[in-house]
Design a protein around this ligand. Structure first.
Ligand code: FEO
Length: 396
């Protein structure tokens, strides 16, 4: 990046876009890229709040030097140690001699494990403050959003909350950095995909963090990814609050695994019957075509979930198995669930989907249905009742 942007009096955004990385955490596609936000406070004392991913450096260090204009860097505040933010910590320590690392006891355990650093550390506990001159910072421990050491830094002067991953979003900046410089709704899908896949497993900890923020006046939310919310921070706070409570819109996501089209035919039949029963938001996906991260994001959005699998070597279809494994891993809750499938030998898809349902915290609305061979009007008849039952649950 070749620019820094003022956020507030003496505070500068000095982040970077990353459009090169194909997979975040080597796992999640980044079709719209991602930003790593870092902030430099040039006050009577100087402080850097988080760094960036070491693979997307560009002229990051040079921009810090320009803004410091010959002054030393006094503090590096590490809100989160995942390397997409701590990637430049070692480079900063090497370049700015005498800089003190500000974190908590859990941060420093990882700092030592990563770089063997054990000196020049300022250990802050919950509520500790750091006076930079004009800006007075306060540290809030918000563990597991999304690693154990995560904390937030609150600027009590300008009421800016540096939130780490909380309130973050996938999606590189395309000119606008602040919510009033872009269309917030353009970021909603990527924010939800980021939330559901990266942070969603820790939804109860997100709720605890949100509860902790109650009563704290916040004018600007400055997360480590995605837009900086200075005009309407309640938008992203409301999204995160809803998502971490598993609140969802009325609708059904139907995801099928089909080798030769029989299970897909059932999915289409169910979609039509749900529609006839009044459900208006219906999304149908082929598990073989759409990356699991998009599926999980759509699942998070609606209160109804329908999974269908053909049998594959007497098991579930492998990609459906991966999806159900991930749904168990992230602890998906509060969805009305229906299951179906088809088989040509002796089954296995639906049997294992039912096993998944039993292990999950989802509400299975009715017995799973399975068709032997090709669907026919007669074989599909029981699906009318299934659709009616599910539609009723979704719309109640
Ligand atoms: Fe953006 Fe958990 O790191």
């Amino acid at each position: 990046m070749h620019y820094s942007v003022p956020v507030s009096n003496k505070i500068h955004w000095i982040g970077v876009n990353d459009r090169r990385k194909r997979l975040f955490e080597n796992l999640w596609p980044l079709e719209r890229g991602v930003s790593y936000n870092s902030f430099l406070i040039v006050d009577e004392k100087t402080a850097l709040v988080d760094t960036i991913d070491g693979t997307a450096v560009g002229n990051y260090i040079e921009r810090i030097e320009q803004l410091l204009n010959g002054r030393p860097l006094d503090y590096l505040i590490v809100n989160h140690m995942e390397p997409d933010h701590s990637g430049e910590v070692k480079a900063i320590i090497d370049r700015f001699k005498g800089v003190k690392l500000v974190g908590n006891v859990k941060t420093f355990k990882i700092v030592e494990a990563y770089w063997g650093i054990t000196e020049g550390l300022i250990d802050v506990e919950d509520g500790r403050t750091l006076d930079l001159g004009y800006h007075k910072l306060k540290f809030l421990m918000t563990p597991w959003v999304h690693w154990p050491e995560t904390m937030m830094t609150y600027d009590t002067t300008d009421q800016i909350l540096f939130t780490g991953d909380a309130f973050g979003s996938f999606g590189a900046f395309e000119g606008g950095i602040f919510d009033d410089e872009l269309d917030p709704l353009y970021f909603e899908d990527e924010a939800r995909r980021y939330y559901s896949n990266i942070v969603g497993k820790y939804s109860n900890m997100v709720q605890k963090a949100i509860a902790k923020l109650e009563g704290i006046p916040v004018r600007t939310i400055a997360p480590t990814h995605g837009p900086v919310w200075r005009s309407n921070p309640t938008i992203i706070m409301d999204w995160y609050n809803r998502w971490s409570r598993f609140e969802a819109a009325k609708g059904a996501v139907i995801i099928f695994a089909s080798m030769y089209g029989n299970t897909e035919d059932i999915a289409d039949y169910l979609a039509r019957r749900l529609c006839e029963n009044g459900v208006r938001n219906i999304r149908v996906f082929d598990v073989s075509k759409t990356h699991i991260s998009y599926l999980i994001s759509e699942i998070w959005k609606f209160n109804g979930l329908v999974l269908g699998s053909c049998a594959y070597n007497s098991q579930m279809f492998p990609l459906m198995e991966q999806l159900t494994h991930e749904l168990l891993h992230i602890g998906l809750k509060s969805k009305h669930l229906a299951l179906f499938g088809s088989y040509s030998w002796n089954g296995g898809g639906v049997k294992n989907l039912a096993k998944f349902a039993g292990e999950s915290e989802l509400n299975l609305v009715s017995e799973p249905l399975e068709i032997y061979g090709k669907p026919t009007p007669q074989k599909l008849k029981p699906f009318d009742t299934l659709a009616e039952t599910l539609a009723h649950k979704i719309l109640e």
